[in-house]
Design a binder for this molecule. Structure first.
Ligand SMILES: *[C@@H]1O[C@H](CO)[C@@H](O)[C@H](O)[C@H]1NC(C)=O
Ligand SMILES: *[C@@H]1O[C@H](CO)[C@@H](O)[C@H](O)[C@H]1NC(C)=O
Length: 277
């Protein structure tokens, strides 16, 4: 009897899983919005209170697992943004490295540099079915629990908009230490790639980046990267691919200078420098 009850509790817990809405969600979202329009991109004109209202409208009137992409339509209208050409950076399973790469080079725009990406980065939210509405701060369903997950739907649309706006050259960072570095189920493989416009995008720079210590699973000539290349070709994109990007390797070495591959990296850089002198 007790063990049966425990099993049921366990199952319930297992279905709903995830943490609840991020505490202080409203203050964080509106605060980030003001940060963005005041300090990050001071020339932008947005109504942060309006954006919050549209967001809340999309989420709180619905049960936690039934917020569709199109429920955010009005919010996306209130946050529409023109993105710069030649700067967009896409990525999959390389989040940490992507962040340092974008910060150090200073010339890329990731999804998190857009207003929507900036406002909602790392946050969790869902509504609750009860009549008093509002956000559920106790628990939210797992991303995988439903196709119309409130967090997933927002990122889905944000990613789609980001890709559809891409122009000029774009860059994609993929993880060479995992199988399926190009994964059709990832945001990049399922949403972004299909929404890139070959008439607007000149050139796709693919950078495959394995961990310094390996494993070396995929490269420009191996694994799912070949599948990505064939999709790009079939849609008429020009592309190039590197699996030895020096900047990215140096960034990895800065985090992990004792790695043996970093010794040769620094000595070859010194060598190159001495040749110039
Ligand atoms: C590649 O993915 C693995 C497993 O998720 C992760 O530990 C590693 O940091 C990733 N490597 C890069 C270069 O992002
Ligand atoms: C775009 O990429 C192509 C191919 O690598 C390069 O020749 C061109 O200079 C790049 N343009 C810009 C604006 O970065």
């Amino acid at each position: 009897m007790i063990s049966g009850l425990l099993t049921i509790l366990f199952l319930i817990d297992h279905v709903s899983a995830g943490p609840g809405t991020t505490p202080n969600l409203k203050h964080i979202v509106i605060g980030r919005c003001y940060d963005y329009i005041t300090l990050v991109k001071p020339s932008s004109r947005y109504n942060c209170e309006d954006i919050w209202r549209e967001f809340e409208e999309a989420v709180v009137r619905r049960s936690p697992c039934s917020v569709r992409v199109k429920d955010y339509q009005r919010m996306f209208r209130a946050t529409s943004q023109t993105l710069p050409c030649d700067k967009l950076l896409f990525w999959s399973k390389t989040r940490e490295l992507m962040h340092s790469y974008a910060a150090v080079t200073g010339r890329f725009w990731t999804l998190e540099d857009t207003l929507v990406g900036f406002m909602f980065n790392d946050l969790v939210w869902c509504g609750q079915q009860e009549r008093d509405r509002g956000f559920d701060f106790q628990s939210c369903p797992d991303w995988s629990a439903c196709v119309t997950h409130p967090v997933y739907s927002l990122w889905n649309r944000a990613s789609l908009n980001f890709a559809a706006a891409a122009c000029g050259n774009i860059t994609v960072l993929l993880n060479g230490s995992i199988g399926n570095a190009f994964n059709r189920k990832s945001m990049f493989g399922s949403v972004e790639l299909d929404n890139l416009n070959p008439r607007m995008v000149n050139h796709v720079h693919i950078k495959v980046i394995p961990n310094l210590e390996g494993p070396f699973v995929e490269s420009c000539s191996k694994g799912s990267i070949l599948e990505l290349i064939s999709v790009l070709e079939s849609r008429g994109f020009r592309w190039s691919c590197t699996d030895r990007d020096v900047t990215l390797m140096i960034l990895q070495c800065m985090k992990n200078p004792k790695q043996s591959s970093c010794q040769s990296c620094s000595s070859s850089l010194l060598h190159r420098k001495s040749l110039h002198l």
